[in-house]
Structures are given as C-alpha cells and as structure tokens.
Design a binder for this molecule. Structure first.
Ligand SMILES: Cc1ncc(C[n+]2csc(CCOP(=O)(O)OP(=O)(O)O)c2C)c(N)n1
Ligand SMILES: [Mg+2]
Length: 322
C-alpha cells in the first residue's frame, strides 16, 4: 500500500531526529559526557525507520550494538535514550546499560547486544516464544554484515527454518565490519544468498531509500506473519562515520563515502516530498529548526539528570525471593 503523505513526512522527521540525535551524541562523546563505546547510525536511518514503521507495535525487536536509531524508530523515549548514553538514572536502563544496551519491554525492544551475532540467537528465542504461546506476533531481528560469519548466525538460521519460526532477519550490509570489507571476509559477498543453505527465502533491498525499504518491508513482514516461516532481507546501506567514535576510517576512500552520501536517505526523501508538493523549502527549514530545538532539550535533560546512587549497584542483580 503506498505510504500516505503524512506518514512520509512523519518518517522524514523521524530520520532527521535520529540524524541530529546521533550528531549531538558524537559531540557529547568528545566532551567526555558519554563513557564506554559509541557507534553512530548516521547514513543507515532509512533501514530502521522503513522496517519498524511497517511492523506492528507488539512485534518483538532485537538489535546489535548500533542501536540508537532502531530504538528511536521503534518509539523509544529520546530523552531517556540520551540519558542512558550519559549513564544517568533517568536513562532507559537507569544508566546501567549505556549506548549498546538500550532495552525497553514496553515497546518490545529487547536490546542492544554488544557481542557480534548474539542478537541473531536471541531473536530466534523471541520468535520461538511467539510460536510457543500461539501469538501472531513476529520478531524483527537486525544485525550487521559482520554477524553473518559467526557460528550463531548459522545455528540460528538452521533452527528458525527447522522449527518454522516467525522471524524476519534483516542484515544491514554497510560493507564493513569494523575495518574489514565484506569482499575480504565473505566467500559469498551477496549475503542474501546465505539463507538458501537453510531453505529460507531472501531478497536484497536498497537501504538508502526509505520508500524502497518500505516497499520491501511490508510484504516481508506480512509474509512472515502469514506463513509463520523465517525470511531474510539484506539491506544495502552505508555508515558515514567510523565504526565507533575512535575510528578514523582509513580503510575506505573519501570518494566512496562521498558517493554514498549523494544518495543520502534524508536528502532522497526530502527531494521526493518537495517534488510531490508535500513539502516546501520553508517547511523543511521549519522542521529542521524544530528538530534542532528538540535535540538541544534532550541534551539538556540528560545533562541535568542525576547519576544513579551507589545503592543502585545492587538493584536488578537478584530476583526477589519467592
Ligand atoms: C563475537 C565478537 N567478535 C568481535 C567483536 C568486536 N567487534 C565489535 S563490532 C565488530 C564489527 C561488526 O560489524 P557489523 O556486524 O558489520 O556491524 P556494523 O558495525 O557495520 O554495524 C566487531 C568485529 C565483538 N563485539 N563480538
Ligand atoms: Mg557492517
């Protein structure tokens, strides 16, 4: 079904919020306001926004560590998200998870996983739970191209197919796992083909164009929901920044980054909406100003939030005695 204009504008705004959120998180990291690691999603926004806007709010979602964009696209609270990166008690995990471990059961977002490939296995568990309980929910399982060469990927694909589990595997192929390119690390570089070894059908999609992502996501989600079988999508995308905040990105050329930036997901949707007469340059500027103000407010909230008290160290460690 074609996306209504209002929904397209809403997704444009959401991608812009994620972009600006990530930009400012990158800045905050350089100011020592964020500890640990920080992996930015800039460039890949259309994948999370396209798939998660097509999912049902009660579907299960599981992700790897580049997770801020997915969490916000899923409807996670942006203030509590930034506060989590800042390690404050108002964060989504009360400041104990940090950037890689965003998790909120209220929106059925089960992480945020730091070990490459780990989320692929947890997603199979979530899909198994849906089947076991007789639910018609599905699991959307996001991971990077680096995960396809881990053992758990293969175990998970095998079990998902063998047990007929309702899971949509979404590989965000951004061409690199840290500094290693897919061509150097994968004997079969067209990653979608990997699924046939487990009798799982698959497809590729253009992960830079939100409308193309939605065109792929809707039938893929409907198919998993109806057939109660796994399906695999390889979304072709690109991260503009380094792998993490400390990566200078010397393993790729400036020309390559520039080529991908020319198909920027926000720019593409903006051009489309202007051509359709759904947006004007003035409205675009107004949305940019509003998002900018919103993100500054988010940063202020995180900055002014209290640190967790020392006693919080003992919370959530043991289940209460029965
Ligand atoms: C099992 C395991 N091995 C190695 C690492 C170190 N590591 C962290 S991120 C990463 C690259 C993963 O790349 P990819 O899956 O393509 O995700 P992207 O960073 O591109 O989003 C590696 C090797 C890890 N976290 N876990
Ligand atoms: Mg990658």
């Amino acid at each position: 079904m074609p996306l209504a204009r209002e929904e397209q504008i809403g997704l444009y705004r959401k991608m812009l919020l994620i972009r600006r959120f990530e930009d400012r998180a990158g800045w905050a990291y350089t100011q020592d306001k964020i500890g640990g690691y920080l992996h930015l999603y800039i460039g890949q926004e259309a994948v999370a926004c396209g798939f998660l806007s097509a999912a049902r709010p009660d579907d299960y979602v599981i992700d790897a560590y580049r997770d801020h964009g997915h969490f916000l696209a899923r409807g996670g609270d942006p203030r509590a998200t930034m506060a989590e990166l800042y390690g404050r008690s108002t964060g989504v995990c009360r400041g104990k998870g940090g950037s890689m471990h965003l998790m909120d059961r209220r929106i059925h977002f089960y992480g945020g996983t730091g070990i490459v490939g780990a989320g692929v296995g947890i997603g199979v568990g979530l899909a198994y739970a849906a089947k076991y309980r007789g639910e018609d929910r599905i699991c959307l399982n996001f991971f990077g191209d680096g995960a396809v060469n881990t053992g758990l990927f293969h175990e998970s694909f095998n079990l998902a197919s063998l047990w007929d589990l309702p899971i949509l595997f979404i590989c965000e192929n951004n061409l690199y796992a840290m500094g290693t390119s897919v061509e150097r690390s994968s004997a079969v570089p067209r990653l979608a083909e990997r699924a046939c070894a487990y009798a799982i059908e698959s497809t590729q999609c253009d992960g830079m164009d939100l409308l193309r992502v939605r065109e792929c996501a809707e039938p893929a989600i409907a198919r998993v929901r109806e057939t109660r079988r796994p399906y695999f999508v390889e979304a072709l995308t690109y991260r503009y920044r380094g792998h993490g905040a400390a990566d200078p990105g010397t393993y790729r050329t400036r020309e390559q980054v520039e080529r991908w930036r020319q198909r920027d997901p926000i720019g593409l949707l903006e051009d489309h909406l202007i051509q359709q007469g759904a947006l004007t340059k003035e409205i675009v500027e107004q949305i940019a100003d509003e998002v900018e103000d919103e993100v500054e407010e988010i940063l202020r909230f995180a900055d002014e939030s209290p640190w967790p008290p020392p006693e919080a160290l003992y919370e959530g460690v043991f289940a209460p005695a029965p």
